[in-house]
Design a protein. Sequence first.
Length: 187
Amino acid sequence: MLETFTDEKFLWYLMRGTGVTLMLLFTLSTALGIFSTARAGNRFWPRFATQALHRNVSLISVALLVAHILTAVTHSFVDIRWIDVLIPFIGPYEPLWVGLGTLATDLVIVVVATSLVRERLSHRAWRAIHLTSYAAWVLGVVHGIGLGTDATTTPWGLGATVVSIGIVAASVVVRFATLSNERKYAA
């Protein structure tokens, strides 16, 4: 018998889909952010192109985060309230895992807000705040592993999670390697 596709099912699948896509986009944004700090560029791919791509992917990621939150709050399968979106660990449904997602969201809000007023902050202050985006990425991935329906139970979900972790880890390794080279040539 053919099962009808209800609005609730649509919201459930949309929440799952935006969650996985969000993890992949935030992974790309994080990797591009790491690479944009390198003082390297060439005539085929200048440094400003990496920075512009990082900003644009980040903007798309934030829009998708809003969609993910809207679907999580509006569907009735689980009880996630609007207050749970901003204040971590108080919700009735899986308070640890939802709370980690809330912390990640709060950090993203701070990073976006300070990036909008970047010219009013010292570079050191902006950079220190912007570095919390690494923590937001980690918290988001852990949130997905703990709460995501697909992150560890389906081959494609597990693969997306492992690939995301691998991309950011490899980006950090490459960045530290280029950092040591930059310091060697700057001296």
